[in-house]
Design a protein around this ligand. Structure first.
Ligand code: MRU
Length: 364
């Protein structure tokens, strides 16, 4: 369990980290270059953070939220002088830039709202004091995210243990330490299962087109010696049909009140396969990923990304330029296809609307 004695979180290892705030600079591991190169992008401005989010230097719903919070802190630090109205205007401009980066993961807007709230709540203070408050808030968001992941890992392990031992878990995309401030959501559960000996292996979907599974999830698992193998996305049905998958476990970018869940493109197909073959299908996500303002998945905005991501693999063209391509980055898995949603406050079962409202009441 995530009890502070974790040696398998990058953060604890101290050598590799997803993001780090050091001397008023945000350092981000460049996830576009992994697994071949471990390099860091250093951001000193809000524009740099916005570009890093848009270009997928940093990705994964919780990590995007944490990076954006630091982006707001950088917008505050950039401002010179003591005029409070101008300062607030400048920070709000930064928030607007950040909010235009990626539309689907609600954690981005959740983190920006928290930063806005912190600024509004401290309006009476001097500019320098508000700056300090904003830095502190971003740091708190980061720390809290790590703690939440440990709790999700623990809660998920308890549930998945009930499925038996020597579990073979299939995951899609990357919901690991790289997608959060450390440890991970779906991969946090897998880390916990591995520590407690209930994991046999992880089946890693490569996750076309950006290859978050093959490049990032596999990289995390390899470093921690967690057994895994990579498959291309179209192989998942084969393994399920042979009874070789005990559960599918993925993260989320936004969860509607009725349990409909936006996650990496391909998740919907996996959930349908899992239903067909009677394989339990779990989502692991912090409550900050639940958008209680949204009734159903129909209202979740889906990001369409540059066609180049489909046209090319690692910079090499695989499709002639004249051929049309479309690149939706996420799909919506209906709540009906989801066995349960694992959160830091406990596991949510259907009926989702009733039980999500209940967990939010309990939370506050
Ligand atoms: O486009 P990405 O790489 O940001 O998409 C990431 C995912 O879909 C993850 O599964 C999700 O954000 C959960 S990360 C804990």
């Amino acid at each position: 369990m995530g009890d502070g004695n974790i040696s398998n979180s990058f953060k604890e290892k101290g050598n590799v980290y997803t993001l780090r705030w050091k001397k008023n600079v945000l350092e981000l591991i460049d996830q576009r270059k992994l697994p071949f190169k471990e390099t860091y992008v250093k951001c000193r401005s809000v524009e740099c953070v916005a570009k890093a989010i848009k270009d997928m230097v940093v990705r994964g719903a919780p990590a995007i939220g944490v990076a954006a919070a630091y982006g707001v802190a950088l917008a505050a630090l950039e401002f010179k002088g003591g005029n409070k109205e101008e300062f607030i205007g400048h920070v709000n401009k930064g928030i607007k830039i950040l909010s235009g980066t990626r539309p689907t993961a609600v954690n981005l807007f959740w983190a920006l709202d928290r930063m806005k709230g912190k600024m509004a709540g401290n309006r009476k203070l001097e500019v320098n004091e508000i700056k300090e408050k904003l830095i502190r808030e971003a740091t708190d968001i980061e720390k809290h995210d790590l703690e939440i992941n440990f709790k999700i890992g623990h809660n998920g392990k308890e549930i998945l243990n009930g499925l038996g031992s020597k579990l073979r878990i299939l995951t899609h995309c990357n919901a690991g330490a790289l997608a959060t401030s450390g440890y991970g959501t779906a991969l946090g559960v897998i880390r916990d299962l591995n520590t407690h000996g209930n994991l046999f292996h992880v089946i890693v979907d490569e996750t076309r087109p950006f290859l978050q599974g093959a490049r990032l999830t596999a990289w995390e698992l390899y470093q921690e010696e967690i057994p895994f193998f990579i498959i291309s996305d179209n192989m998942a049905g084969y393994f399920m049909s042979r009874g070789e998958v005990d559960a599918v476990l993925v993260g989320a970018d936004r969860i509607a009140l009725n349990g409909d869940t936006a996650n990496k493109i391909g998740t919907l197909g996996l959930s349908i396969l899992a239903g067909f073959y009677n394989v339990p299908f779990y989502i692991a996500a912090p409550l900050s990923t639940v958008d209680i303002k949204i009734e159903s998945g129909d209202n979740i905005p889906i990001e369409y990304r540059d066609n180049k991501e489909v046209r090319e693999i690692l910079g090499n063209s695989i499709i002639p330029e004249f051929m049309p391509v479309v690149n939706p980055a996420f799909d919506i898995t209906p709540g009906n296809n989801i066995t349960a949603i694992i959160t830091e406050k406990g596991v949510i079962y259907p009926p989702y609307k009733k039980n999500i409202i209940k967990i939010f009441k309990y939370k506050s």
